[in-house]
Design a protein. Structure first.
Length: 156
């Protein structure tokens, strides 16, 4: 786990798994779920109380993407943190990263991110870096489940 921490939902409780250390090989703190979060079928929680919008056929793709901003106020070097859910079989068409470099983090599902013509896996735990000027498209390879991912944009 290194220096990371992650939250998982199990049996209606949120567990925060903190980094390992020499004195603490694994520390887990359980707490009841927040009222503005709801457990999905998987180990993740979905933000419910935040506004979101649904974008159809984004950048010439097909299907729809639900987009929810997770960034409140000044995010320092970050300009956007977006929770995205792409419909089964959907896609986001190719588009150029013009303003900010970004990373895409796979949360759940079976997808592919194509960067400058090179396909990369986009599933749980996959991270894709997009420098300025790169071309990105995203595809949900599942016909049954949505593809969930985060987009994190930062000032260059």
């Amino acid at each position: 786990m290194g220096g990371t921490q992650r939250a998982v939902v199990n049996d209606g409780h949120v567990q925060t798994i903190l980094p390992r250390s020499a004195t603490n090989p694994r520390f887990v703190r359980a707490r009841p779920p927040r009222r503005d979060m709801m457990a999905s079928d998987s180990i993740m929680a979905i933000p419910l109380q935040r506004p979101h919008d649904v974008r159809a056929n984004l950048f010439g793709g097909n299907g729809s993407v639900s987009v929810c901003s997770l960034l409140d106020g000044d995010g320092g070097p970050f300009t956007a943190v977006l929770w995205c859910e792409l419909t089964p079989g959907g896609s986001v068409g190719p588009h150029v990263q013009q303003e900010f470099p970004e990373i895409v983090v796979g949360i759940e599902g079976d997808g592919a991110a194509t960067i400058d013509g090179a396909p990369r896996a986009l599933g749980s735990g996959d991270v894709v870096h997009l420098p300025l000027g790169s071309v990105l498209s995203i595809e949900n390879r599942s016909s049954e489940r949505r593809l969930t991912y985060l987009i994190i944009k930062a000032r260059g």
